[in-house]
Design a protein around this ligand. Structure first.
Ligand code: MN
Length: 239
């Protein structure tokens, strides 16, 4: 049996649930069955997760700063608290169950906030550095534009087996204060946190880039990430 991967939806203004095809294609290609979780199921996230074997936190708009104890900066983008609520509930339950979690872009940020960390609401206006990279790329989605340096001895290195990886970058926010239970596993040359893993769970990984766009463009390292996530979900299922 293939593992079922619950993927959180991206919100539109009327709270329609939307998902870029790259996510479902990447999960299908890796051998999983993608299902989309809409907004409003906050009370029933345990039951939703009972029919899933892995949780994928997808990319999208900014997280409401209230959830990490801050007020909105002038550079904060669009927020949808309904999405934050369902994703925080799903993430907390999935962590309790030790279910595999893969956070992508907004997903790494949401994971950090769920575990008690904070975010930069806007990198360019909040991070003081004279070597800051362009993290909101204008190049096409499948084009890698900056490198990340992967640390030794962690889940990401085990999957990628490369110290340096070229990735795409579509974010203006990033992790600021790291949650206590997360470890940084990759950073860009300007010090921005680009990947984290949970210190105790077998598969709880967040990446700041968009591997689904790279995977459908044929990038092998990105495909490996989805394969590892789906394999972990399969192992969780048969446990
Ligand atoms: Mn980046």
């Amino acid at each position: 049996m293939k593992p079922v991967i619950a993927i959180t939806a991206c919100a539109e203004d009327d709270l329609s649930s939307r998902l870029n095809a790259a996510y479902s294609k990447s999960i299908l290609e890796a051998g999983g069955i993608p299902i989309i979780v809409p907004f409003g199921v906050d009370e029933d996230v345990s039951q939703v997760l009972s029919i899933a074997d892995g949780l994928l936190l997808s990319g999208g708009h900014d997280v409401h700063p209230f959830y990490f104890g801050a007020e909105p900066s002038p550079k904060l983008g669009q927020i949808y608290p309904e999405r934050d609520m369902v994703e925080l509930a799903l993430t907390n339950r999935a962590i309790e169950r030790e279910m595999p979690i893969f956070g992508i872009c907004r997903g790494i940020q949401l994971l950090n906030v769920a575990l008690g960390g904070t975010l930069y609401q806007d990198i360019d206006s909040e991070v003081q550095s004279n070597k800051l990279l362009k993290h909101a790329q204008q190049a096409a989605r499948g084009v890698a534009t900056h490198y990340v340096n992967i640390d030794e001895g962690n889940l990401l290195m085990k999957i990628i087996e490369q110290k340096q990886l070229a990735v795409n970058s579509y974010h203006h926010q990033a992790i600021n204060v790291l949650a206590e239970s997360l470890n940084v596993v990759a950073t860009s040359s300007d010090g921005i946190i680009e990947a984290v893993a949970h210190e105790a769970l077998p598969f709880c990984l967040g990446v700041q880039w968009h591997p689904e766009e790279l995977a459908i463009a044929g990038n092998e390292a990105a495909k490996q990430l989805f394969k590892a996530f789906v394999e972990a979900s399969k192992a969780y299922k048969t446990k």
